[in-house]
Design a protein around this ligand. Structure first.
Ligand code: C2E
Ligand code: CA
Ligand code: CA
Ligand code: CA
Length: 278
């Protein structure tokens, strides 16, 4: 074993303390983020590969905290642990519906907006009622709202999860599995879950090259999805080469910086108008 010097230990524990302090600080302020109107919802466009059409968006939450923009990768886990993710999640769903309506008014088209649902939010007893009330209140076309669920959220308590997914699907919503391939998935659940779309995680896309292991995995996922009647979207597509490979592998849709970054409202509307004219 390697002997640690006293200074190393001190530095290590100071770093842990600083991390814990930031966490507490974020959590204390996150409580007020919704009421203080500090959250924003950015939408990242998704493109269909066969005809290049804009077909939908993923909604990604942002937190303006003082002058700092805190990444959801940092605050969502905190919100998930503290339970704040329920309130934040409801705000996100509400905002996403408002965006669906605004996009429809602007273009006359129904775009799909996909919302990330955290495991805790999905398992919360009031979740189904929240969705049902939201659809009734806003009047959005249910087929315009997609829920992105991770493998982890549905793999535990499988029986309850299967039942809930069927009920949500019966409302007319779209359902997708996020970060597909990164969880401890048993593929057999794909048969039992009423899923519309698989999202291939960006870790498989990053080094996508002909004849690579990633290409083999991506090809297998696309084949599996299509055999089961499920659409496949690839995330984190940054280059034209990745796009061309995915197109050749018959991937249905892409999302990533190559097509567009996540966009705030003014840029979002400009992007949509450009795409609808093109
Ligand atoms: P995710 O659901 O896997 O979202 C994709 C992430 O990849 C987003 O990070 C997006 O901005 C980023 N991304 C998109 N295109 C590219 C690309 O071409 N290259 C690279 N390198 N990255 C790309 P973001 O917005 O920071 O979100 C991080 C995570 O936070 C999300 O991962 C999701 O798990 C969570 N999250 C975001 N918004 C929400 C929300 O409203 N509710 C919940 N529960 N979680 C959310
Ligand atoms: Ca997602
Ligand atoms: Ca993802
Ligand atoms: Ca991810």
């Amino acid at each position: 074993a390697r002997a640690l010097g006293g200074n190393t230990l001190v530095a290590y524990s100071e770093e842990l303390n600083a991390e814990a302090a930031r966490r507490l600080d974020l959590e204390a302020q996150l409580v007020h983020a919704v009421e203080r109107d500090e959250l924003d919802l950015h939408l990242q466009p998704q493109q269909r590969l066969d005809d290049g059409e804009l077909v939908g968006f993923e909604a990604l939450v942002r937190w303006r905290r003082g002058g700092e923009l805190v990444s959801p990768g940092e605050f969502i886990p905190i919100a998930e642990e503290s339970g704040l993710v329920i309130a934040i999640g409801e705000w996100v769903l509400e905002r996403a519906c408002a965006q669906i309506i605004a996009l429809r008014e602007m273009t006359g088209r129904d775009f799909v907006v996909a919302v990330n649902i955290s495991a805790r939010q999905f398992r919360h007893p009031g979740f189904y009622a929240t969705i049902e009330a939201l659809l009734a209140r806003t009047g959005v076309n249910p087929a315009s709202l997609e829920l992105e669920i991770t493998e982890g959220a549905v793999m535990e308590h499988t029986e309850a999860a299967v039942g809930l997914l069927h009920k949500l699907r019966a409302l007319g919503l779209k359902l997708s599995i996020d970060d597909f391939g990164t969880g401890y998935s048993s593929l057999s659940y794909l048969k039992r879950f009423p899923i519309d779309k698989l999202k291939i995680d960006q870790s498989f896309v990053r080094q996508l090259k002909p004849n690579s292991q990633d290409a083999a995995i991506v090809q297998a996922v696309i084949g599996l999805g299509h055999t089961l009647g499920i659409k496949v979207i690839a995330e984190g597509v940054e280059t034209i080469e990745q796009r061309e490979w995915l197109k050749r592998l018959a991937c249905d849709e892409i999302q990533g910086y190559f097509y567009s970054r996540p966009l705030a409202e003014p840029q979002l509307f400009a992007f949509v108008i450009r795409q609808c004219r093109a």
